[in-house]
Design a protein around this ligand. Sequence first.
Ligand code: C2O
Ligand code: CU
Length: 457
Amino acid sequence: MTRRAALQALAGLAASPVVAPRRTFGAGMELLAPPPAPSRRPEPGLLEVALDARPAEVAVAERRASLWTYGGTFPGPLVRAQEGDTVRLRFRNRLPEATNLHYHGLHIPPTGRADNIWLRIEPGQTFDYEFTIPEGEGGTYWYHPHLHGTISRQLWRGMAGPLVVESPVDAIPELAAADDRVVVLKDLALVDGWPAPHEKRDWHMGKEGDLVLVNGALSPRLTARSGTVRLRLINASNARYFRLGSDDGRPLHLITTDGHFLKEPVALDEILLSPAQRADLLVPLAGERPLALMHLPYDRRVTRLPLRPTPLLTLIPKPGAKPGPLPGRLLEPPPLRIADASVRRRVSMAMFHIDGKPFNPARLDTLAHLGDLEHWEIVNYGTMDHNFHLHTWYFQVAAHNGVPAPYPRWQDTVNLKPGDRVELLVPMRSYPGRTVYHCHISEHGDKGMMAVIDVRG
Ligand code: C2O
Ligand code: CU
């Protein structure tokens, strides 16, 4: 089979492995890791981090770009914490407009100095965030601005960075032996070195760019340091969906969804990451054959030029290294049952509205009670895909269009195609507080596809 036929077969969802053709791609730059955020540990269990938001000129796709950044880099620096850590993050706003920080997916309070999206940090101001990451919350997360109405523009201009919380599960031999990499997927379009401004139709379609960047580079290669690579994939794009598969039909082994471990690795031919979603994959590399992670066409029902399958990241095996065995057991999400839910809700999504209403921060849309297990049914009445994200209280997808989830998994974001209906089980646990749920196509959120939830103790 020719490479083209192989790619077409893959694009057509064919699962059958094909003979690997000789490859010419993968000649891009070596994948660069996001630099570590300046931090120190003045005492055990305390992590101090400094992060500033500022305009900076950075190298993107081997050219210069004037972006808005965290710490002057694109993507932003890696914040690496441990379960149980108290994080003190000194945030300084050196942008010409107000902003704030959202710790996407992290299970910390939505109030006070923690994941409080109601804060407004003015230009020149410094704010000290402080929160404690509970045990059991290790995983791959990210941070981005969350000041309503400005999120899309700030995110588009470059403001997003990875946040990794180390987990004891990372220490099991099969994971400890893997080459652990953070991979931020984020697209951008530049005009004369500046992010292309939003146009009218972008608010509807969600803004995408022709530069599909992997840690800021185009089609980089990753030279493996061991026989198995662990990719911590983060979709930090405004609106781009990443449907991903290998170039030759080799399976991808999914070990986490939105930062949370599965019971055991699940072999998949492809995965779909809608904006804000994360997945950790284990990729065993046998022999000398590189493996290209392909960006595959996905139709989210907006008019776009068709995408050809493109190598996003090419993994080059370490000479002589053998892929390690895959782990058996990871961390089993507790099975939740709809029958145990005490509250049932319905949430509808359609363009710029949730439940038929645009966002009003002063209105309370959902009042919930701490300790309840809730059953949420989300329906997409729109004509394009929307994805649903709930802050603080992440959930399990019990069923999608009536089909029970094949295995329990935690998520904080779930995609819905037009007409889709998903059923979520949401434990309202740990923290009371007022925050939001919304479509994570950031333009849609900014234009009103967002609603307020208050969980009371
Ligand atoms: Cu990633 Cu409400 O956000
Ligand atoms: Cu949407």
